[in-house]
Design a protein around this ligand. Sequence first.
Ligand code: NAP
Length: 250
Amino acid sequence: MPARRILVLGGTAEAAALATDVIARAGDRVDLISSFAGRVESPKPPPGRIRIGGFGGADGLAAYIESESVDLIVDATHPFADRMSRNAREAAERTGIPRLLLWRPPWPRHPLDRWVEVEGIEAAAQALRHLGPRVWLTVGGSELAPFAAMADRWFLVRVIDAARQPLPFADGTMIEGRGPFSLENERALIRHHRIDTIVSKASGGPATYAKIEAAREADLPVVMVRRPLPEPGERAESVAAAADWILARL
Ligand code: NAP
């Protein structure tokens, strides 16, 4: 039997864990390709093959699926990577290959959490007008523009690679860091920088949850950007369930 070709759309810890799990369980019955947008350097490439860069929309992805004879596709992208997810659904529909969404459950809201839930990054910037002036912005480095005009705010920004971008604020500081982050680390940052407000996307997952716990402990408001709706279709809510889905189709 020739190996089944699996395309995993990645850029998340879950995608890397899935590649590791499936290759460990299925060996040479699979030819697994992990795909990255190429925005950040991967600390440790997952096992299997790797491709980097956009496909050119749903049409480009459908063409790739056909030219590479991809048998199955798993969309294990971040919950906010909605463009890639939509393209994955459309390309799978067009080419007729099975698609699974590996869906990361959102963080549950604790009764003591002080979340101000908003739709989108622009709305998060608006919400800050009513909150404290020392803001820890935990959104992506490419999503800072809506905050740039807020001259009366001080911003802490944490990015993976500071050399890739200048800080677009009059007042603030940029630090480097790559998750997972510990509660001790997040507590210390809040204390050291005298943070009084946090902005976060409702990403879910354990790697970045400590800041939410640290905010709760310190009784700080968190402006929480709601997720886009997930694409319809088959979905798994854990890496193990996604691996089972693949193995059942070999
Ligand atoms: P997006 O807005 O949904 O995607 C924009 C474009 O980037 C896509 O149309 C596609 O280009 C390309 N792309 C995205 N993911 C790709 C992948 N895995 N492989 C190949 N091309 C990909 O996505 P995004 O929010 O910019 O996220 C980019 C990557 O970072 C994703 O892999 C995501 O899992 C990861 N990530 C995102 C976040 C976040 O908050 N958004 C956080 C952590 C990690 P073409 O149309 O040309 O194919």
